[in-house]
Design a protein around this ligand. Structure first.
Ligand SMILES: [Cu+2]
Length: 141
């Protein structure tokens, strides 16, 4: 469920997932936007072969995504499954592209998942904490 806490109508888009047109998230075209304060429900089934991380570059940048501690496997590009998953260390993703990846989380700890482009890993106006931007951690328990 999406509760819109923005001051403007919004929708969600899930590129690569097989959703009906009414849930594609194209506001005003295939779906009525969710008004401020309103709620919308997206329903879809995630099958075992879809477990992993779905990446979508919704902006105007190119990224070089990398996860520490493991090799990840590219399963699908732009929603199309690959005939054979491809092992990756760094995944290049362009504007509008999607990628579905998975990996085995077999080492406990915090795995850094980030873009290798230096400018994308920094908050240039933040003098207290330089690391930011396209950096996150995968917590493996
Ligand atoms: Cu990047």
């Amino acid at each position: 469920m999406l509760k819109n806490e923005l001051n403007e109508p919004t929708t969600l888009n899930f590129p690569g997932l097989p959703l009906p047109a009414s849930q594609l998230g194209i506001g005003g075209v295939t779906q009525r936007p969710i008004p401020p304060g309103g709620e919308g429900v997206y329903r879809f089934t995630v099958t075992p072969d879809m477990v992993g991380t779905h990446l979508y570059e919704s902006g105007m940048c190119y990224h070089a995504m990398h996860v520490h501690e493991t090799t990840f496997w590219l399963l699908a590009e732009d929603g199309r499954p690959l005939p054979k998953p491809r092992p990756m260390n760094v995944l290049a993703i362009a504007p509008g592209e999607t990628a579905d990846v998975e990996f085995v989380a077999d080492v406990r700890g915090d795995w850094m998942f980030h873009c290798h482009i230096l400018d994308h890993m920094m908050n240039p106006d933040d003098e207290v904490d330089m690391m930011g931007g396209l950096v996150t951690f995968i917590h493996v328990k």
